[in-house]
Design a protein around this ligand. Structure first.
Ligand code: DC
Length: 489
């Protein structure tokens, strides 16, 4: 038997965490813990005793009266109060109505935190809750986020309680679920949120067994050292020309790679690395930087979109812009880079985020959104690969989707003549008179599109294509005529 993992399983109310998690644990011979029971049991006691969220000290005292009960296979899916199994009571509607308010009390959460952490000693456990991947077990071996639409979750709960899914009581359940979602996800302390490195499993339309299967598969893949990926709602945002294989979970047999932390400031690796690269670049050519760097703001999400004609492009853009911007660029990089010890270390400290080309777009999209939403700079090459002849190739729609979804400021950049400095297919750069990095005027894509093509701007699908073309035309305008290729007009 393998060592077994520590698995965080989060998700909103009625997403199936408790039932699916418990069933998956039984299949895998894992222990299971439903942390929601702790919050429910404290709430049940508090309601009995007339203690409200305004009395944190009294709430904390209740914690000692609550005990999780293990079944014969080690699942902590029952709770005892004063020695009596109270699971059925704490799952009732009375607790449903009060539990979100009680569980947002910071002192109570702190009191329950250590208790939850102690339970994972020995590994081989699935712990279910709202903040397990983000707060309780940020170092979990695997983080899963189980999700389904509010309508689907309400329907399941109505069926569980033997109610007509179209009846008035079911409508009430839906309203109640929405209220709890809102409370759980907007509270200040440990809000309900998928950890950035969590795998999102959507269960809409799934039979119970199918959801169990998803969880079991994800855990088995991670146990085997494979990076599991899963369907996410980002999948509909894949470029329409993406191969079907890119839309399916990857089943590569390689080891998973740790996510790179977002580069937020110019650290020593970036500063020294950029300096060394500038020195090397200047041995081969003169690098001219044109355009107004000061138009790029010092804070907030920025999406740099550049043409790609040479291996020299990331160096010319990154090494020369980092010091001028005063903030570092983040990049998406081939995962192969991370197979080399020194290179991997440099990449990880230099803001390069691994992208597995096999699994590709969903993961890449998620990393990219995370960087932009956190208000940092991401540089992308919308063409995807280097141009063979230096001329702009047709771009993928991913760049427009990112720009529209994140609302980040887009900065077009044209790197002129890098194909002469280091053409595709050559092992080494050549001595070249000069190359130019030309920075265009920053813009918000939704606004630029609304001004240029209101019909396309109003339609999600059209906006992707028209948005991509708009970005690429602005890059083309910054390039020497011979390089404008597919966007020459
Ligand atoms: O998973 P559940 O519906 O049984 O959880 C009941 C409530 O407990 C939920 O509305 C929020 C709270 N909870 C929490 O805040 N953190 C957890 N880790 C688990 C549950």
């Amino acid at each position: 038997m393998t060592r077994g993992l520590v698995v965080a399983l989060d998700g909103p109310a009625s997403s199936g965490k408790s039932s699916v998690g418990a069933a998956a644990a039984a299949r895998l011979g894992y222990r299971f813990c439903d942390t929601g029971l702790l919050y429910r049991a404290v709430t049940w006691l508090a309601t009995r005793r007339g203690i409200g969220e305004g009395d944190p000290a009294a709430l904390v005292r209740l914690v000692d009266e609550v005990e999780l009960l293990s079944d014969e296979v080690g699942r902590l899916a029952h709770v005892a109060i004063d020695g009596e199994d109270a699971t059925a009571d704490v799952r009732g509607p009375e607790v449903d109505a009060a539990v979100s308010a009680i569980s947002r009390v910071p002192e109570l959460r702190a009191a329950l935190l250590q208790r939850q952490r102690r339970l994972v000693d020995g590994g081989r456990i699935i712990m279910a809750g709202r903040d397990i991947g983000t707060v309780v077990l940020p170092d979990a071996d695997l983080k899963l986020f189980l999700d389904a639409s509010a309508e689907e979750r309400a329907r399941r709960r109505a069926e569980e309680r033997g109610l007509d899914p179209a009846g008035p009581e079911a409508a009430e359940i839906l309203a109640e679920l929405r209220r709890r979602d809102e409370l759980d996800s907007t509270r200040v302390v440990a809000p309900l949120r998928a950890a950035p490195d969590a795998i999102r499993l959507r269960t809409d339309g799934n039979a119970f067994e199918a959801s169990v299967e998803l969880v079991v598969d994800a855990i088995r893949e991670r146990e085997a050292g494979v990076a599991p990926t899963a369907t996410t709602d980002a999948k509909e945002e894949l470029p329409s020309n993406a191969p079907r294989s890119a839309r399916r979970p990857a089943r590569s047999a390689r080891r998973p790679i740790e996510p790179t932390p977002i580069a937020t400031r110019l650290n020593a690796v970036i500063t020294i690395g950029s300096f060394v690269m500038r020195v090397i670049a200047r041995i081969f050519t003169r690098v001219r930087i044109e355009g107004d760097v000061t138009a790029i703001p010092a804070a907030g999400g920025v999406l740099i979109a550049a043409n790609h004609a040479s291996n020299a492009d990331p160096v010319l853009i990154g090494a020369f812009l980092n010091p001028r911007l005063g903030r570092p660029l983040n990049w998406l990089g081939k995962r192969e880079v991370f197979d080399w010890p020194v290179l991997s270390w440099l990449a990880r400290h230099g803001g390069v985020h691994p992208v597995d080309r096999g699994a590709a777009d969903v993961e890449a999209f998620r990393s990219a959104m995370r960087i932009l939403e956190a208000g940092h700079v991401l540089a992308v090459f919308p063409e995807g690969t280097r141009s063979p002849d230096g001329r702009l190739q047709a771009a993928k729609d991913g760049v427009a989707v990112l720009a529209l979804r994140s609302g980040a400021l887009v900065v077009p950049i044209g790197v002129g003549d890098s194909d002469r400095l280091w053409p595709k297919g050559r092992r080494m750069p050549r001595f070249t008179k000069s190359v130019t990095v030309r920075i265009g005027t920053p813009f918000v894509l939704a606004e630029a599109l609304a001004a240029e093509d209101p019909v396309a701007a109003a339609d999600r699908r059209l906006a992707k294509t028209a948005g991509t073309a708009l970005i690429m035309r602005r890059i083309a305008a910054l390039l020497p005529e011979r390089q404008r290729g597919a966007y020459a007009d």
